[in-house]
Design a protein around this ligand. Sequence first.
Ligand code: NAG
Ligand code: NAG
Ligand code: NAG
Ligand code: NAG
Ligand code: NAG
Ligand code: NAG
Ligand code: NAG
Ligand code: NAG
Length: 448
Amino acid sequence: MELPNAALVLVVAAAAMLSVAVAYDPLDPNGNITIKWDVLSWTPDGYVATVTINNFQTYRQIMAPGWTVGWTWAKREVIWSMVGAQATEQGDCSKFKANLPHSCKRTPAVVDLLPGVPYNQQIANCCRGGVVSAYGQDPSGAVSSFQVSVGQAGTTNRTVKVPKNFTLLGPGPGYTCGPAKVVPSTVFLTADHRRKTQALMTWNVTCTYSQHLASKYPTCCVSFSSFYNDTIVPCARCACGCEHKTCARSERDSKRLMSASGKSARPVSALRGHVNRQSAAPLLQCTTHMCPVRVHWHVKLNYHDYWRAKVTVTNFNYRTNYTGWTLVAQHPNLDNITEVFSFDYKPVVSYGSINDTALFYGMKFFNDQLVEAGPYGNVQSEVLMRKDASTFTFRQGWAFPRKIYFNGDECRMPPPDSYPYLPNSAPASLVSSASVVVAVAFLVLLMA
Ligand SMILES: *[C@@H]1O[C@H](CO)[C@@H](O)[C@H](O)[C@H]1NC(C)=O
Ligand SMILES: *[C@@H]1O[C@H](CO)[C@@H](O)[C@H](O)[C@H]1NC(C)=O
Ligand SMILES: *[C@@H]1O[C@H](CO)[C@@H](O)[C@H](O)[C@H]1NC(C)=O
Ligand SMILES: *[C@@H]1O[C@H](CO)[C@@H](O)[C@H](O)[C@H]1NC(C)=O
Ligand SMILES: *[C@@H]1O[C@H](CO)[C@@H](O)[C@H](O)[C@H]1NC(C)=O
Ligand SMILES: *[C@@H]1O[C@H](CO)[C@@H](O)[C@H](O)[C@H]1NC(C)=O
Ligand SMILES: *[C@@H]1O[C@H](CO)[C@@H](O)[C@H](O)[C@H]1NC(C)=O
Ligand SMILES: *[C@@H]1O[C@H](CO)[C@@H](O)[C@H](O)[C@H]1NC(C)=O
């Protein structure tokens, strides 16, 4: 029998230790979200600014119910009006007589508008319900903007005070934002590219994601199987935490639980506050792993120069359709992908030459939505890789991925010592010649 690969165990353990509490993702070291304010004009008591949220993360999108951006005003500023977004609360505007501001909160929370608002309430890159694509998947969808008219503020670049304590919620916590920094003013090119204009003042905020801040447990798990061993290695038990979780035993049970809680999975109004976020809490199908998502990697076929893995992503969450989902896999042979069936694919090149990470996502209008748990709640693909003659082997779990991320969160791997063994593939010295003959015959049969 084969022993688990000690080196792999070490790598997995080291990776687990390194990723604790550090907002650093080794597969996406430069990934961040910036919030940029460009002051475009001064008003009698303040300014009008365009706020642009850029998602520079390679594979972590902001999915429904979208972003919420918050900050603390430095002085007594108010928001007179907004275009393309809205503050979730007006707050106490009782000091104002005739014209009431849009929001008087000292710590406003702003959300995007939902699609379909009238054109006069829109600006470019607004009104997508706060959904922002990952940059590596769709650069043109990785930006979101709104305009804000601020009163009781400074009216020159020396008297304006930049807001403090920026916060960014994706569908949940996880992001930490640095201080706003005044940066060189943004230069804009007019639509006909014949004239440049410039913001009167610009400040930037950088926010980074930490999975450990987002949730105590992983949100997905990985299971394995192979053509050369009947064992299916399931997701680790309670991979996503089992405490205080209710789950549904069947689809009918899920409907009962959803109507009992009286909450809809969909936002009921354009004003999406924390109440609606709560209802987006997962309602899971009962499993031993209790994860909303499982990624199964099956080593399917062995050819002379190629091999093939089948990847299946299954949704166990009755409350969520994962629209625009992403899957990231790290495996040393992913630098030699020959063909990917029914998923789109891009290499993730994080450090120069190392090219062992791939970003997979669904094809538009075909499988870019991983629908809620149930008979249709899965997507699958096959990946054909050219064997790298110097490293290729089925031994010691080599054919299984080193890391898997779903929607930007790292998934829990099965315990390293549980990977399917290649039958009778122990070190040559321990294997009788008879069993070598049997094993070779077996492989030849499989390759045929
Ligand atoms: C944010 O991401 C961009 C794009 O990857 C990068 O150029 C920039 O240095 C990052 N900023 C910080 C503060 O890490
Ligand atoms: C910003 O947040 C920090 C810590 O949460 C707090 O100590 C500080 O008072 C806040 N600043 C303002 C202006 O609210
Ligand atoms: C403020 O505006 C003055 C001109 O009015 C300009 O010279 C200066 O660079 C600006 N400062 C900043 C930080 O934008
Ligand atoms: C500010 O953010 C923009 C992206 O919105 C980025 O292009 C620019 O480099 C940033 N500036 C600084 C000084 O970080
Ligand atoms: C998921 O999408 C399908 C149609 O694409 C819809 O019927 C279903 O209600 C959606 N489920 C959730 C939880 O939003
Ligand atoms: C990475 O691998 C892909 C094929 O999987 C290839 O298209 C791409 O050019 C490679 N990039 C580098 C920098 O080697
Ligand atoms: C796999 O790709 C690497 C570069 O990405 C290349 O050097 C190597 O020759 C390839 N191996 C095979 C077997 O094609
Ligand atoms: C298949 O792999 C499992 C480990 O996951 C191992 O216990 C079992 O002995 C293997 N079966 C064969 C036929 O080698």
